[in-house]
Design a protein around this ligand. Structure first.
Ligand code: AKB
Length: 332
């Protein structure tokens, strides 16, 4: 196992006129399938390989290339990158905040050791590397309203610690070896056709499904817990945006991105405009509440807007209308 030397880094240059050859790790989570769809439209179906350690559903398997990739297996990952002439890597494998607290050793392995493998392979093969970070990379001593890009980051979850580590390691590899590392701090992401797994912001997805299915929703955060959130299409647009930005436009390598901020109470009121009979009760999960109370309430993303033209399309009313039109409530 080797890390690229300084010299080998600059010897192969990425040709912008060619379509990138893309690998997405952890591709069967909340974001990978949607990202693959967007990238395949842009770069061609066969230039985007989705990967995971789980078996994909038939529709995912037949919609474009899918491959088994275990980010903890360095040789397996390197073989995939070499054999498929990968030039861009989106590294989505990670355990989220709540599930990470329930299994710290696994979170440490996947989120930290896995990242080390990805960084070394990306450096060695001159890849452009995207790693998502999160509002969870901040903690109780960070300014919370709003939270700027550069401030104190002392998260109290293994998820947050691993994401600060990813930001710092990626930036270190960029300045030390020239790795083209790009990173966005995502808010809670809300999507209709994919589910998050084990996060603190998951309630904001679940409420739509429960409103449709049972008309009852039990929220695991307090009604006034304010967190930054974003519709999935905005998140994927930002991700492609920062990856396509010219390097000289990027004054930093890790950016906050923001669209809206709301509390469970405010979301429930907006959902009730579509499902008036929805009953919401609160049964607070102490682990999730403590995590949410240490996270940003509003995210300052002025640098992303200035440097590479980030702009969101969805505020709370559009988000809720779009979710219901996807989930089919308007045809009830
Ligand atoms: C989580 O809640 O853990 C994630 C996140 C905000 O990073 N959705």
């Amino acid at each position: 196992r080797q890390v690229a030397s300084d010299a080998s880094f600059h010897s192969v240059s990425f040709s912008e006129s060619d379509h990138p050859r893309v690998l997405i790790t952890g591709g069967l989570g909340q974001l990978g399938v949607g990202l693959a769809k967007l990238l395949r439209k842009r770069f061609g179906k066969n230039n985007v390989i989705l990967s995971d350690i789980r078996k994909p559903a038939d529709n995912v398997f037949y919609s474009g290339p899918f491959i088994y990739a275990d980010i903890l297996d360095y040789k397996n990952l390197r073989e995939i990158v070499v054999n498929n002439r990968i030039t861009w890597l989106f590294h989505y494998s990670a355990l989220l905040s709540a599930v990470g607290e329930a299994n710290v050793p696994l979170a440490r392995a996947v989120n930290i050791t896995g990242l080390h493998n990805v960084l070394d392979i990306a450096a060695e093969h001159n890849l452009r590397l995207f790693v998502p970070s999160t509002i969870g990379a901040f903690g109780p001593t960070s300014p919370r309203d709003p939270t700027p890009d550069l401030c104190i980051q002392r998260p109290r979850t293994i998820y947050g610690v691993s994401k600060v580590h990813a930001e710092l390691m990626g930036e270190y590899y960029h300045y030390r070896y020239g790795l083209d590392f790009r990173c966005l701090r995502y808010p809670g992401i809300i999507s209709a056709d994919s589910q998050p797994g084990g996060g603190t912001t998951d309630y904001a997805v679940q409420i739509f499904h429960d409103a449709m299915k049972t008309g009852k929703f039990q929220c695991n955060l307090k009604p006034d817990t304010r967190l930054p959130m974003m519709y999935i299409d905005d998140c994927l647009k930002a991700t492609l945006g920062v990856m396509e930005a010219p390097a000289e436009a990027l004054s930093m390598r890790t950016y906050n991105i923001s669209a809206m901020s709301f509390t469970p109470e405010e979301l429930a009121q907006e959902v009730q405009k579509h499902v008036p009979e929805l009953q919401v009760t609160y049964n607070v999960d102490e682990v999730r509440q403590a995590i949410a109370d240490s996270w940003p309430m509003n995210f300052d993303d002025r640098n992303a807007r200035r440097d590479w033209g980030w702009k969101h399309d969805y505020d709370l009313p559009e988000l809720v209308t779009t979710m219901f039109s996807f989930l089919g409530s308007d045809s009830r």
